[in-house]
Write a protein that binds this ligand. Structure first.
Ligand code: IPD
Ligand code: CA
Ligand code: CA
Length: 268
């Protein structure tokens, strides 16, 4: 395993054990709202601090972009940036709904080169290093071989915070529901991307994500033979927050359905 990936795995496992321990007594957890339907707990913060601690010890000169504590750039440290979501799926976690994960990606000169998504409830570790494939625990993973949209299971996330996207989202939802075998909304975007990478989902799309939701998962998709883009078919998903991905043939059919709505938005 690449040494940088190894460090990220160590950090993700530490965060995972903090999350698992806390999940045993959810009633004790203090929840605060950062915004509309946007919650943070002390578990998110403790997990993030543990991750940053491990990464900083190993790589003091690297920059950090973390959901709860923001960006930090040490002097001259702009070549490498760790992009961290300490607990993706906080709403699920608060409710004891076991679908959440730790996500850590490393960006090197603008490209994601290492990625870890760790599901502490199932002890499933998804990892990828650019050019070296993607893994679930010790097994190499590939996107699904499905080619027909009518047989495909598609993951998504609802735009429950940015309601300005809701009308367009519903239009996409209708088209995609009509064309596919079904849609799932598990509630943790990083894990949704990992599920596309290992073929549990054939495709996925969501509006308005943040870089920490996608950094690690996007590398899993690319390294497992999948395709990923923004709604224009361009690689700017980390910037725009809009993402569509999948097994190649599924992605090819999903993109135009999303794109058509996105090009002709309804105004609220
Ligand atoms: C959220 C989850 C969710 C997605 C939201 C994200 P958080 O992350 O990934 O699936 O729909 O847009 O913000 O806030 O639980 O880390
Ligand atoms: Ca997240
Ligand atoms: Ca989070």
């Amino acid at each position: 395993m690449h040494p940088m990936l190894n460090t990220a795995v160590k950090a993700a496992r530490k965060a995972g054990s903090i999350i698992n321990r806390a999940s045993l007594d959810l009633d004790l957890i203090k929840v605060t709202a950062k915004g509309r339907s946007d919650f943070v707990t002390e578990v998110d913060r403790a997990a993030e601090a543990a991750i940053i601690d491990v990464l900083k010890q190993a790589y003091p000169s690297h920059a950090i972009l973390a959901e709860e504590s923001g960006a930090s750039h040490p002097e001259g440290g702009n070549e490498y940036t760790w992009i961290i979501d300490p607990l993706d799926g906080t709403t699920n976690f608060i409710h004891g709904f076991p679908q959440y994960a730790v996500s850590i990606g490393l960006q090197h000169n603008g490209l994601i080169t290492q990625g870890v998504v760790y599901d502490p409830t199932r002890n499933e570790l998804f990892t990828a290093t650019r050019g070296r494939g993607a893994y679930l625990n010790d097994r190499r993973i590939r996107v699904s071989r499905r080619t027909k949209l009518a047989e495909s299971l598609i993951g998504t996330g609802f735009p429950f915070r940015k309601l300005e996207h809701l009308d367009d989202y519903v239009r996409m939802f209708k088209r995609i529901t009509e064309a596919t075998a079904g849609i799932r909304r598990p509630g943790a975007a990083a894990l949704d991307l990992a599920y596309v990478a290992c073929g549990r989902l054939d495709g996925f799309w969501e509006f308005g994500l943040s870089p920490w939701d996608m950094a690690a998962g996007s590398l899993l998709i690319l390294e497992s033979g999948g395709m990923i883009s923004d709604f224009d078919g361009e690689p700017n998903y980390l910037g725009s927050g809009h993402v569509v991905c999948g097994a190649p043939r599924v992605y090819e059919q999903l993109l135009p359905m999303v794109q058509e709505v996105h090009k002709h938005p309804v105004t609220r």
